[in-house]
Design a protein around this ligand. Structure first.
Ligand code: ADP
Ligand code: MG
Length: 357
């Protein structure tokens, strides 16, 4: 039935993407035996591109970022390719890995308070890396970080340097973390739920700062979030992840107007409508983690369109209509999977009692 072959080459048209992850699989030891947390992640981030990695909690978004930093839990087994500017991250020597983490790629986390030493000043935190790793004299480093603090919207940066983390609000501290990430002049920033702990107004400001850094500095950004609207507003392309697999990649507008994967449609239908935030819908069923899925499609158990083929054979990410989707029935469901206002995903669409295609 499927006329299109699974993708075997990188999806981007760009020359060499900054980051290329191909068929990543990760197993981590749980009670002594390896358990799969990532089944199949294929994803590129072009130079200067912002990609949103979207999916419910437990789908493996943070694990993907950790794999890219080569910071997986002890005993993790990794298969597939993770390349930075064409270089295999798995093969980096300890020395090369230190340099990579110090100046090529930087991470911003959900809870800045958990990732900063509470006993040291903001100034020490910010200049330390520049002085120690990049051998910049302290005074010069301070001037540089004050300029960076201005760039992330902290006008009185010089005063902030003598403050301690607990004296700053979550929003201010997250800006400090972004300044710290920018200080190393990385090529790629991985932002893992950077605004989840912040109020809505501060969220928007932090996203605007990241977006500006992307444009002004030509940064590549991976924005990890469970918030589809946020990702759509902040990113050039979105990758939707479910239970350890990337199931759809599309530009934000394309995804919202015409989702190709039933899970993407489910996420869209589950969004709170503007002004109707009180009534949150969810994708029917419980989110699965990579541990729990069988041989078939990772979404089969929750999918309204499941067939026998879906249960027995895992669909790979393949190109379709200028995007990528991992669904056996994507051609049939194209145009049918509109985010519905009410009820389960695709209630009026071709149903599950159909013969396997
Ligand atoms: N250190 C760990 N040991 C065992 N399982 C883990 C560990 N960290 C995460 N997991 C599991 O791996 C899966 C993916 O987790 P994660 O990448 O954190 O998801 P996400 O960031 O999308 O919420 C989840 O099922 C989670 O429970
Ligand atoms: Mg996470």
């Amino acid at each position: 039935m499927n006329t299109l072959e699974p993708t075997t080459t990188l999806p981007d048209t760009a020359v060499e993407p900054a980051v290329a992850i191909e068929h990543l699989q990760v197993r981590i030891p749980v009670d002594g035996s390896p358990a799969p947390v990532i089944h199949d992640v294929t994803l590129t981030i072009g130079r200067g591109e912002a990609v949103g990695l979207v999916g419910e909690s437990g789908s493996g978004k943070s694990m993907t970022a950790r794999a890219l930093m080569r910071m997986l839990p002890d005993g993790a087994e990794v298969h597939g390719a993770i390349r930075f500017e064409g270089e295999d991250v798995q093969e980096m020597s300890p020395r090369r890995l230190r340099a990579y983490r110090a100046s090529s790629i930087a991470m911003i986390y959900q809870n800045p308070h958990a990732h900063i030493n509470p006993l040291r000043t903001v100034g020490d935190f910010l200049v330390e890396g520049l002085c120690q790793v990049q051998k910049v004299p302290r005074r010069e480093a301070e001037q540089k970080v004050v300029a960076l603090l201005v760039a992330v919207g902290i006008a009185d940066g010089a005063r902030r340097l003598s403050q301690y983390p607990h004296e700053l609000s979550g929003g201010l501290l997250q800006r400090v973390m972004i300044a710290a990430a920018l200080a190393t002049e990385p090529d790629v920033i991985l932002a893992d739920e950077p605004t989840t702990a912040l109020d809505v107004t501060t969220q928007e400001e932090v996203i605007a700062i990241l977006r500006e850094a992307q444009v002004q500095r030509g940064l590549s950004i991976l924005l990890i979030t469970h918030d589809l609207d946020l990702a759509g507003a902040a990113c050039d392309r979105l990758a939707v992840m479910y239970a350890g697999q990337v199931v759809e990649v599309a530009d934000g507008a394309g995804l919202v107007e015409r989702p190709l994967h039933p899970y993407s449609a489910g996420l869209l239908a589950a969004r709170p409508e503007i002004g109707v935030r009180a009534r949150l819908r969810t994708v029917p069923g419980r989110p699965a983690s990579g541990f729990e899925v069988g041989d078939g499609c990772v979404f089969a158990e929750r999918c309204a369109f499941v067939t026998e083929q879906c249960v027995s054979e895992r669909p790979q990410l393949r190109s379709l209509e200028g995007r990528q989707v991992a669904c056996h029935r994507a051609e049939e469901l194209d145009g049918v999977l509109l985010p519905l206002a009410d009820g389960p995903v695709g209630a009026d669409a071709p149903g599950q009692d159909k013969e396997p295609s």
